[in-house]
Structures are given as C-alpha cells and as structure tokens.
Ligand binder design. Sequence first.
Ligand SMILES: Cc1cc2nc3c(=O)[nH]c(=O)nc-3n(C[C@H](O)[C@H](O)[C@H](O)COP(=O)(O)OP(=O)(O)OC[C@H]3O[C@@H](n4cnc5c(N)ncnc54)[C@H](O)[C@@H]3O)c2cc1C
Ligand code: FES
Length: 263
Amino acid sequence: MNKYEEQAEVLRQEQLMPEIFRLTLRAPEIAANARPGQFVMVQTSPGYDPLLRRPLSIHQTIGHDQVQLLYKVVGKGTRLLATMTAGQQLNLTGPLGHGFELAASKAICLVGGGMGIAPLYFLAREILRNTCPPKCVVLLGARTAAELGPLPGNFMDLGVTTHLATDDGSLGHHGFVAELLLQHLDPELKWTVCACGPHPMMKAVAGQCRKQGWECQVSLEATMACGIGACLGCAVPQAELSGPYLHVCKDGPVFKAEEVAWL
Ligand SMILES: Cc1cc2nc3c(=O)[nH]c(=O)nc-3n(C[C@H](O)[C@H](O)[C@H](O)COP(=O)(O)OP(=O)(O)OC[C@H]3O[C@@H](n4cnc5c(N)ncnc54)[C@H](O)[C@@H]3O)c2cc1C
Ligand code: FES
C-alpha cells in the first residue's frame, strides 16, 4: 500500500465544540489514496516537542486533494494542532494501516462512541457512494448531548438512518450505544458491524455480534510512536495467544473482532 509524506496546507480550522476541532488540509497524495479506517501521523510541532507524530483517523476526503481530521484536544500535540490556522503548513504521513473491508456486505451498521465517530463518517460516505448501496444504519453514542455536538447531524444530512445514545440521557437512548444494536438491527439480516470507540464499548458490541452471528470489525487505538510497524509499541495480543502480537499501526487499526484477544 502506498504511503506518502506530504507538506499539507491548512485550509480550515473549525472549532465544533469546546475541545473538538475539524481540520481541513490540502494533501493531494494522501487524499487520492485514502480508504475509510486509515489514519495519518501528524507532526504537531516543527520542533522537537513533542517529538513524536500523533495518529489521527481520516474523517473524510473532499474532492481529489483534501483530507479532513476530526480531533479532540487531550494533550500537548492536539493542543498545538488546534492553534494551526489557514495558510500554515503541517507535515503528514499517510494514508496508514488497513481500513474497513465491506465488499460483500448487504447490511452494514456503524457504531461510534466519542471520538471513535471520526473515521465512521468517511466510511458512511463511501458506503452511500455505491450505485446500489447496502442497507446502512449508524449508531452514535457519547456521555452527553453536548459531546455529540453537530456530529449526528452530519450523518443525518447524508440521509443515513442514525440513532443516538447518551450516558446521561440528554439525547436519544438513555444508556450505552451498544444497547442500540438489539433495538434497531433486524435480527433476520446478516449484519456487518463496524465499531470504533472506547474499549468497553467495542467489547460490548463484539459480544453482541458474536451472539447474533454477525461479522464485527473494530478500529483500535494504541499509543503509537512510528505508525509504520518499526517500533513495535502498538502491540495487542491476538486471540490465538500462541501467535505473534498484532500491531495496530500496520495490521490494523481495523481488525476482525475475533482476531483480538480481549474482545
Ligand atoms: C489509529 C488511531 C486513530 C486515532 N484517531 C483519532 C481521531 O480521529 N481523533 C482523535 O481525537 N483522536 C484520535 N486518536 C487518538 C489520538 O492519537 C490521541 O488523542 C493523540 O495522540 C493525543 O496526543 P496529545 O499529544 O494531544 O496527547 P498526549 O500528550 O499524548 O496525551 C495527553 C493525555 O491524554 C491521554 N490520551 C491520549 N490519547 C487519548 C485519547 N484518545 N482520549 C483520551 N485521552 C487520551 C494520555 O494518556 C495523556 O494522559 C487516534 C489514535 C489512533 C491510534
Ligand atoms: S506504532 Fe510503531 S510499530 Fe506500531
């Protein structure tokens, strides 16, 4: 798979919520080659602090040359990223990793929790681009309505059926997003469920899929130093415990749930 290092131009920095930003960059090589579920490693500072690039999912590509990222400010790197303004340059490597694989799926459910929603928008758009799109249902969850902000509206604007859950009941179902699977998915259909979010959410989703006999793909997060399989820092044990470790950056970040030990 081709990957590129690009000096990207910042086109737009939008603050969607107090800590959540959407960054649009001109990065033609990455935009032309990206698949939903892949990510980029972003150099958040031209200097040495922080030294390491930060992994961020590709939220969507726009036209033939733009890449959009959706990110939450949690530490130094993302805080620096949030200061970038239109016209500045940012170094990116990507597209990296393996994305979602949906070739033969007739009914697809996307389940996103918190910032795990970021890569699912690209996936939803790609599914709907199909001339004969499969059935698609989107389930989104967060702790509060405020944390979901405008993100559900973006999916609804695509025309995709979208159901919501919040931990505090401030929007949609009062409870966890995984609980929406059984409420909204027709058990007669053979669903492929694509999940991205906190580990407990993905464990719950994978467990329900296992019971129903549905395929489940999960996009995992790990601390990444290199993003290309060189440092071995992003290892996760695979289900076949005697086998070698999986590396989230090069074997994933998207895995079949049955490949991962803790799912
Ligand atoms: C493949 C992949 C794709 C990702 N895609 C996205 C994305 O699309 N949008 C996005 O917002 N994030 C995404 N992340 C997470 C993102 O990489 C981290 O939030 C980022 O690296 C933090 O960098 P920092 O320098 O701001 O924080 P650091 O200084 O590295 O960390 C600051 C503090 O935040 C904690 N922290 C680190 N990551 C997270 C996190 N994800 N959530 C909460 N706390 C965290 C650390 O443990 C530490 O305590 C992705 C991660 C991976 C592996
Ligand atoms: S981040 Fe270095 S091997 Fe995955």
